[in-house]
Every structure is written in C-alpha cells, then in structure tokens.
Design a protein around this ligand. Sequence first.
Ligand code: DX5
Ligand code: ZN
Length: 221
Amino acid sequence: MQPFVIAPSILSADFARLGEDVDRVLAAGADTVHFDVMDNHYVPNLTIGPMVCSALRKYGITAPIDVHLMVKPVDRVIGDFIEAGASYITFHPEASEHVDRSLQLIKQGGCKAGLVFNPATPLDVLKYVLDKVDMVLLMSVNPGFGGQSFIPGTLDKLREARELIDASGLPIRLQVDGGVNVKNIKAIAQAGADTFVAGSAIFNAPDYAQVISAMRAELAG
Ligand code: DX5
Ligand code: ZN
C-alpha cells in the first residue's frame, strides 16, 4: 500500500474565491486537488474546464491537480488539460470510444492516467490496460453532484480492485470518490483505498484543518 492521500474535491469550494480556497485547503493539510469536470452530457451537471485549471496554476497552486473527467467524448479535452497543468487525468471507460487510446494520449502528454468506475460498472476492462493505468477511481456515488451518500456496496468493489492491483505488483493508486467523511474513511481504507476524495465533508466545514486531521487520525488508528 502507498501512503494515504487526501484529495479535496473543489466542486464544493467557493468558486468566487477559488484560488484562495484551494490555498486554504492545501495549507490545512490536503495533499492534492481533485478537479471535477462535468459537461451536462455524460453527467447532468456543468462545472469547470481547462481554463480554470490553468488559472489555478497561474495563481501559484503547485500541488498535484487530479482532473476527474465526467465528459463525453474524452479525447478532445485531454490535450487542453495536459497544457493546463493537470497532474492526473482520469476518465470513465463508458465515455471513451477507445479506452486504450485515451490512456495513451494522457501518458504521452506526460500526465498520470486513471480509469473511473461508476457504482454499477464492472471492473472488467481494467485487466487489459493495467500497465497503462496509474490510478483506479471507484465512484461511491453516481457522478454528477457533491453531497451524496456513500454507497456501501463500494466496499466490496474496493476489495476486488485492491486484489487486482496487488496481484499486478504495479504501484497503482486506488481512489474512492463520493460521500467520504470522517466517520466512514477508516472502513474505506480497510477495504483497500489509499486515496480519498472528499468535497462537502471538507469544504462545508468551518475548519478544514480540523476535518483533515480527524481524517488522518482515523486512517492512522
Ligand atoms: C461527484 C464528484 C465528486 C464529488 C464528491 O460526481 O466526482 O468528486 O464532488 O463530493 P462529496 O465528497 O461531497 O460526495
Ligand atoms: Zn470526482
């Protein structure tokens, strides 16, 4: 297992003061920035694109930016996010006509690549592309909105993904996204996750550092 990573989803940040809010959450102990891109086509919501990613870089954010693409088609936006300073780019296999090609596009641009699985999407394709994947992201809610409740069946799926990753011997991160909070983070880690996206649990709290340290205490305990 790799060290735990806490990745606040800026979907729940203050968009009118995004740079400052991202600075604040990183100063509060977050490791990476989870950047949710929604297109009102693949998912029923509309958020932010490469210009905002690039603006965060220009503002001075140096932490890894983990871009979660909830867009269809995928390939058209990959180059823009590479140029905008993304560190990781993850996408949903259902949203790409050619999953292997999309992964290659990301890797050729120098970014880390990942596949995202919705709650009812099987992990089948993963075994064919494991060598091209740096991160596996399991959705623990249906994508599109922050503030939803964690779907408990994700725990079994995490165990399944953890087995696949460990059997491969590759340093692939296992991320979970949706409804993660201080109360459930320990069980999620025990099921095999090493990277935790949390939006509302962190940004809706008055003291980000308090939530992030409570999460780390749960993970350490
Ligand atoms: C949902 C997004 C998540 C979401 C998580 O489609 O991918 O990243 O913002 O938010 P919370 O932690 O509030 O469930
Ligand atoms: Zn996300």
